[in-house]
Ligand binder design. Structure first.
Ligand SMILES: [Zn+2]
Length: 237
């Protein structure tokens, strides 16, 4: 296990985080995002789906729910210090690591100038949500083509766009054997507040997030910390 904690990210200046649903990044790595934002890292958050299945009852209208979830994402981003959010238009529960999604992600890598990417570990066997696996797979699959000038060259004509500068990848929701453990205890209140901004998902407040607190406690326990978040580093080349 790597014990360098948040210092594992000391070179990060511009970070893009690819999740499937509004609230994924906040619950999986919101503490780390809060810490990095405080260090001046520019953070860009991508939610691949509209999150339009995340309702407590069947009478909810899906377009209205999608609109609510975008507002909740913005509110959470303000709390964490995230600079920009992007919601791609895919339907919740139907995300695939398609060529189209890959291209949308290369476009974002190219226009944000991100040097580091966080996403779901698509290879963790415990990851049973298909959207999480798809988001992680597509985010990884976009890494190489985003650096190739002949891949979708029209993306490079956009103002400010350039070939991808991504150098580092870290996977969250990674199961048993992470190699970066970040102490998020000092910002746990901020993480919780950002998660609670997703009112539609956590209607009972902190009670609805007891599962997250347990997960972060378990991660911390292994490293002698009250609360921690865990990542697996991808060796890029
Ligand atoms: Zn999710």
């Amino acid at each position: 296990m790597d014990s360098q904690g948040i210092e594992a990210f000391h070179d990060v200046q511009r970070l893009i985080v690819v999740g499937a649903h509004a609230d994924d990044a906040e619950t999986m790595c919101g503490g780390t995002l809060a810490l990095l934002a405080r260090r001046g890292v520019q953070i860009f958050l991508v939610n691949c789906t509209l999150g339009d299945l995340g309702a407590q009852d069947g009478s909810t209208l899906r377009p209205a729910l999608a609109a609510t979830r975008m507002q909740e994402t913005e509110a959470a981003a303000r709390i964490l210090g995230i600079q920009s959010t992007f919601t791609l238009g895919y339907h919740d529960g139907e995300l695939l690591p398609s060529l189209e999604l890959r291209a949308e992600l290369t476009r974002l890598y190219r226009i944000t100038g991100a040097d580091t990417m966080f996403t779901f570990d698509p290879y963790w066997t415990g990851q049973i949500h298909p959207d999480h696996r798809a988001a992680g797979q597509a985010a990884l699959d976009a890494f190489i083509p985003a650096k190739m000038p002949l891949y979708r060259p029209e993306q490079l004509a956009a103002p400010g766009a350039a070939l991808s500068r991504l150098e580092r990848i870290f996977l969250f929701a990674t199961g048993g054997d992470p190699d970066v453990i970040v102490d998020v205890t000092p910002v746990y209140g901020v993480k919780m507040e950002a998660c609670l901004a997703h009112v539609s998902q956590f209607p009972e407040g902190e009670k609805s997030l007891e599962w997250m607190r347990e997960l972060d406690r378990d991660r911390g326990e292994a490293a002698g910390l009250p609360y921690a978040e865990a990542f697996r580093r991808v060796e890029v080349w």
